[in-house]
Design a protein around this ligand. Structure first.
Ligand SMILES: *[C@@H]1O[C@H](CO)[C@@H](O)[C@H](O)[C@H]1NC(C)=O
Ligand SMILES: *[C@@H]1O[C@H](CO)[C@@H](O)[C@H](O)[C@H]1NC(C)=O
Ligand SMILES: *[C@@H]1O[C@H](CO)[C@@H](O)[C@H](O)[C@H]1NC(C)=O
Ligand SMILES: *[C@@H]1O[C@H](CO)[C@@H](O)[C@H](O)[C@H]1NC(C)=O
Ligand SMILES: *[C@@H]1O[C@H](CO)[C@@H](O)[C@H](O)[C@H]1NC(C)=O
Ligand SMILES: *[C@@H]1O[C@H](CO)[C@@H](O)[C@H](O)[C@H]1NC(C)=O
Length: 649
């Protein structure tokens, strides 16, 4: 009796506290909050509620505080019509001579003032050349030193930059420039070198730059655009500051099809950088190591944003180098490093060095660190905190692992799940189709059930708006109707996640990458992680291939093994311990390297089409012989007997 009373009182107290906080934090009206709490209160069984409450209240309060702070800052900036350049001007006032950017490679350092002056010169030059607010200029350069200054300068006069992946060539490049409607292209001289003197000259502004030929590029672009090359800019005036909405365009790195230009508005830039800053508890004294491409949001917003908005020193590395990584960190006293999952794998693949434990890095910030190497990474490199987050440039459902939970990429409050309108909904993991209930609304997933992450879109709230893509047609595929309730619109992340009972979310797979084999769902991401760990962190790409007469898709793994050092005997044995039978790849393909995008995402489409036909694929192929339990070479004869169904799988 007594225990029950205590429990009841605790639950009541929890609810009252919550109710109060909610009122305070999100300003939801009572009549919305009360029923939800009541439902939760009644629906949850005694101890479970208290347990979840106790385990997650700190986390949730922290997150609520962060959201509230960022939201109020965004609202303030919107009200005062503060653009990113204005926010930056404030940062310059506060930090003036502090180092803003360090360019690893040349060792060049720019103070906040220098960065400001440089961007002013860019702004003035563009004004002189007749560019006006709303014009788009494509930025196509590899060189890091001027990159930030260039787009910031453009932003100062309301010119929108289209940040183009400098690895693109030919059609993809033309496509990106075309859809941005750019009036001009700015590109770095490094991308023109190696071309011989041809018939196309490029306009030059100052004596410093000589006209050069850039044949393939100009050939393709010149009929379409006036080409402008900016290199050094000498004129100086104080620039006029406009109030444009759009800051720049970032292209989604499509692993299939052509890239899409996602719009980044000023408030979104601020929001992304600020959420990370406050959420993970950074300070302006931190030094951040940024070796990610600046044409993507991770490098240019999450990384560089800390410099522009919060006055942090950011070390920019032109190209990621696994062997120099920790040396650089030690050299520049970096306290935060940025990663994407593959980077962690390449680092683990390096031989052990003394320096890797002797640095001041206190936090690794990024996205895509797999559970299979999470602990190995933190313990080997002595990194106390992993700040894993989830969210794409255009995403409507960002998550952050604010409290260092192993393996998680974020969470959603279980005490008050409706505050942050994201959800996992049931989806056919193979075809990506949303599964809907009888009322036509998507079905939410319970703890442990994998589902696609979706985020509700509310165009009225600047924090919830979906800014979309430049070409309108691209929008519809990423959104769906009637997801949370009838008639609403939600953003589809395209990723499958799993949530535990405390609300921690774990990345599982990209929708459409999962395949079914022997009646089980195989997550390619998970298998890739495991295989790569077994194979000394080599690049491994897993996908399903169709075998005539067999139900589902058979797993196939492409392994990038340039030295052919894999011991198949041992690998087969390890595999038996590491993976359930249905997840073990039936076919193996060894090749020199696998195709990747600029952000190390694997390109599977070609390989999936190649399949496992030895007459089509020149690489070495192997087949997992089910009777002997080991891999044997896949020759034409064996292939025929598999196709005809004689050989069992
Ligand atoms: C590229 O970087 C090099 C070395 O820092 C520099 O000399 C060169 O001027 C830069 N080029 C451009 C286009 O910024
Ligand atoms: C790094 O820190 C050490 C000691 O605190 C200092 O001597 C050194 O100058 C710093 N290096 C840089 C690049 O700031
Ligand atoms: C983060 O978690 C790891 C592993 O659980 C732990 O060793 C580390 O101390 C934690 N770091 C912080 C900052 O709490
Ligand atoms: C595989 O996923 C589908 C939905 O995509 C689900 O209906 C099915 O139960 C899953 N199978 C297993 C074995 O988990
Ligand atoms: C939805 O997108 C908007 C920006 O378009 C963003 O501000 C908002 O936070 C997103 N919603 C969620 C739940 O993340
Ligand atoms: C990698 O990309 C190139 C060019 O697109 C293509 O020719 C090649 O077949 C691809 N390699 C694989 C293994 O798919």
């Amino acid at each position: 009796m007594c225990v029950r009373w205590i429990l009841l009182m605790m639950r009541l107290a929890c609810c009252t506290v919550l109710l109060f906080l909610l009122r305070l934090l999100v300003g939801l009206p009572w009549f919305q909050v009360l029923p939800s709490i009541l439902i939760f209160y009644l629906g949850s069984g005694g101890w479970k509620f208290v347990l979840i409450f106790a385990k997650t209240i700190r986390r949730d309060l922290h997150a609520a505080g962060v959201l509230l702070k960022v939201k109020s800052n965004v609202n303030r900036h919107l009200k005062e019509r503060n653009t990113l350049p204005k926010i930056f001007a404030e940062t310059v006032r506060r930090h003036g001579d502090k180092t803003a950017l360090i360019f690893e490679g040349t060792g060049e350092k720019w103070s906040f003032r220098q960065l400001d002056e440089y961007s002013n010169r860019v702004a003035n030059l563009l004004l002189q050349r007749g560019f006006v607010e709303g014009d788009v200029v494509a930025l196509f350069m590899e060189n890091r030193s001027q990159y930030v200054g260039l787009w910031l300068g453009m932003a100062k006069i309301g010119v929108e930059a289209a940040l183009i992946n400098f690895n693109l060539r030919l059609e993809a490049l033309v496509h990106c420039v075309t859809i941005s409607n750019a009036k001009a292209v700015v590109f770095g001289s490094e991308l023109t070198e190696g071309e011989d003197q041809g018939s196309y000259a490029v306009f030059a502004f100052s004596g410093v730059f000589q006209a050069r030929s850039i044949k393939p590029l100009v050939l393709l672009l010149s009929p379409l655009f006036s080409i402008v090359v900016l290199l050094y800019v000498f004129i100086d005036f104080s620039p006029y500051v406009g109030l444009p909405d759009r800051l720049f365009y970032i292209y989604t790195s499509g692993t299939t099809g052509m890239p899409k230009a996602a719009i980044v508005v000023h408030s979104r830039y601020y929001r992304m950088a600020a959420l990370v800053y406050y959420g993970f508890g950074m300070t302006s004294d931190d030094v951040l190591y940024d070796c990610l491409p600046l044409y993507h949001s991770a490098g240019n917003i999450v990384g560089v944003g800390q410099c522009l908005i919060h006055g942090m020193t950011v070390v920019i590395k032109k190209k990621f180098s696994a062997s120099r990584f920790w040396d650089d960190c030690a050299k520049y006293n970096c306290t935060i490093v940025q990663y994407i999952g593959e980077i962690c794998r390449y680092l683990l693949n390096q031989p052990v060095k003394d320096i890797e434990g002797k640095h001041k890095v206190r936090m690794a910030l990024g996205n895509g660190l797999r559970q299979s190497i999470w602990e190995e990474f933190t313990s080997r490199f002595n990194v106390p905190q992993i700040a894993e987050f989830y969210g794409a440039t255009e995403c409507n459902c960002s998550l952050g692992n604010f409290d260092n939970m192993t393996g998680a990429c974020g969470f959603n409050s279980q005490i008050l799940p409706f505050i942050y309108p994201i959800r996992l909904v049931k989806v056919d993991e193979e075809t990506m189709e949303l599964i809907r209930g009888p009322d036509g609304v998507c079905i939410p997933c319970g703890p442990g059930e994998p589902g696609q992450l979706v985020g509700r879109i509310n165009q009225k709230d600047p924090l919830r708006r979906f800014d979309g893509y430049v070409n309108e047609g691209a929008n519809s595929k990423k959104t769906a109707n009637s997801v949370f309730k009838k008639g609403d619109t939600a953003y589809l992340s395209g990723d499958v996640l799993v949530m535990d009972q405390y609300g921690y979310m774990y990345f599982k797979d990209r929708t459409g990458d999962t395949f079914r084999w022997k009646g089980e769902n195989v997550s390619t991401t998970e298998v890739e992680g495991t295989l790569s760990r077994l194979l000394d962190m080599m690049d491994v790409v897993v996908y399903g291939v169709e075998v005539p007469g067999a139900e589902g898709k058979a797993g196939m793994a492409a392994v990038a093994d340039p030295e052919r050092s894999t011991d198949l005997e041992k690998f087969g044995k390890d595999l038996e311990k590491a993976l359930p039978p249905y997840a073990r790849p039936v076919f193996l393909r060894f090749l020199k390297e696998v195709n990747k995008t600029g952000t190390y995402k694997f390109q599977k489409t070609d390989m999936r089409q190649d399949g496992f036909d030895p007459s089509m694929v020149s690489d070495k192929l192997y087949f997992l012989d089910p009777t002997r339990g080991r891999y044997v070479e896949l020759h034409q004869e064996l292939y025929s007997s598999i196709i005809s169904g004689k050989q069992k799988l």
